[in-house]
Each structure stands twice: as C-alpha cells, then as structure tokens.
Design a protein around this ligand. Structure first.
Ligand code: JEW
Length: 256
C-alpha cells in the first residue's frame, strides 16, 4: 500500500513514521509511507499557502492552488488515490473505517493548518472527510498518523501474530478488551487472578468475556449490545439505529 501525507510539517511526522510500526511495515516491503510538503507547489516569492478569510473573521485559510497542484502532480505520477481530508467537521473514524481502507492501493491524506480549508479544495476533488473525534487540534498531522497506523497494522504480515489485530477492543466482540496480566504473579501484593494461573482454557475464556462485558458496560455503554443479541448498528457514528435505513454515504456500517 502507498500512503502519501500532504503536510506543511514533514519534519514533525517523519521521525514517528521511521520509528513506529510504520517503519517496520516499510522495511518488510508491506507499505510505503511518504510525506510531501505542498508548500513546494507554491509559485510566489513568499511560498504562500494561507490567506485571510473572505467575509472577515479570525485566523487564516488554506489556499486552494498549492494543494490542488500537488494532488494533481501526485495522481499523474502514481495514478488515482483515495483522498482523505482530516478535519473536525469530517465523519467519525472507526476501526471499521480502517478495515475498509486496508483494501485500498493508494491513500492520500491532506493535513491542513490554520482555521480550515478554502471550500474550493473540497469542490475540486473528491475527498473522504474524516474526524478523529470531537476535539480541536491545530492541524491534521496527528490524525493522519493515527489513520495510517490504524490501517497499516491491519495489512497482513505487519503484526507478527495475526490474531492480535483481531481479538481486542472493537474486534469481533465489538466491545472493550478484557484485563491482561503477565509476570510476576504478585506485584506489591496484587495477585494475578487464580483462574488465569490454573490454565483451564474454557474458564479463562468465560472470565475474560465477563470482565470485558463489565468494562464495556461501565466505560462505553454506547457499545453495549443487549445480552445474546447482535447490535450491528451500535455506535456507527451516525446516530445509532433510530434514524431509519443507512444511506449510501454511511460508509462504515458493519456487514449484516
Ligand atoms: C483537525 C485538520 C486543519 C481533526 C480533529 N480544519 C480546521 C479547524 C482547526 C481549528 C479550528 C477549527 C477548524 C484546525 N485544523 C485542523 C484540525 C484536522 C485541521 C486545521 C482536527 N480535531 N481537529 N478530529
């Protein structure tokens, strides 16, 4: 898979790309992750990427020309990309978003800065607008790294153990993970639960399922399905199941 991250701060994110699982995936030849500084696509003496908003107001807006020229240059060179625009006004990012994106050959991520993007950037190209959550960052760099890491770890062969991508929070169960323990068996008087030491696999599985269930109910009641009943519409990021059928644009609905 090829990921290209369009950013004004490549030097801020390259060390993370090199030193994380993203670097491992690249060494294994399973992913290529590149940054492109779209300031290099400006044509004026001052290499201007932002300007004041028409209509007034605080802050600056990202100009359309350098971004559009940069994307068009990349698509001539590599072919078309699935193009993602990181913004707090996007659709929510979920594990199932990552599961869908891992099927793409080429993904481009646009990291803005300032107060936002000139609307013509949105109009001129087809973007999937993604939000990492309901908080405001200063730019899209951290969200771009988050999306890239969530997708790359799903590429077969990137994790040593293919099970570890599956059997955890938001895996098959759709809820939070159970508690984990490793050695020592007692730490400052806190003992590892006996059931885990006894080695009875069915009992361990039942204990873990119950602890996961308690945790999910306590911390994320929005993820809790009624007992014994599938709840595929829980937390689809689009308001749950109370609004009628899913529209075509609700891309990350679960199968079934
Ligand atoms: C995020 C990209 C680029 C994503 C999540 N846009 C915008 C914007 C900004 C501040 C206030 C209002 C709008 C700053 N900003 C970004 C913020 C992504 C950009 C500029 C972002 N939170 N924040 N989930």
């Amino acid at each position: 898979m090829l990921f290209v991250i369009l950013t004004l701060f490549p030097e801020a994110i390259e060390p993370y790309i090199r030193s994380s699982i993203l670097g491992i995936a690249q060494e294994k030849g399973l992913a290529t992750i590149r940054t492109v500084d779209f300031r290099d696509f400006t044509r004026d003496r001052h290499r201007t990427v932002d300007d004041r908003p028409y209509g007034g107001g605080p802050g600056m807006v990202l100009k359309p020309e350098p971004v559009i020229d940069c994307v068009e240059w990349l698509e001539r060179r590599h072919g078309t990309f699935l193009k993602i625009l990181l913004t707090p006004a996007g659709r929510p990012f979920h594990q199932r978003t990552a599961e869908r994106l891992v099927g793409e050959e080429r993904i481009l991520l646009l990291c803005g800065r300032y107060e936002g993007f000139d609307e013509r950037i949105r109009e001129e190209l087809e973007w999937e607008e993604i939000s990492l959550g309901d908080f405001v960052l200063a730019g899209g760099e951290l969200p771009a790294l988050v999306v890239t890491e969530a997708v790359v770890r799903l590429v077969p062969g990137v994790l040593g153990d293919e099970r570890s991508a599956q059997e955890e929070s938001f895996g098959a169960s759709g809820g939070l993970d159970h508690p984990h323990y490793t050695r020592p068996p007692a730490f400052r008087g806190r003992r590892v639960p006996d059931v885990l030491l006894r080695g009875h696999h069915a009992e361990i599985a039942a204990w873990r399922a119950e602890r996961a269930r308690e945790r999910t109910l306590e911390r994320r009641p929005d993820l809790s399905a009624p007992a014994g009943r599938a709840n595929p519409r829980a937390n689809d990021g689009n308001g749950g199941g109370a609004r009628g059928p899913l529209a075509d644009h609700e891309l990350d609905r679960r199968p079934g």
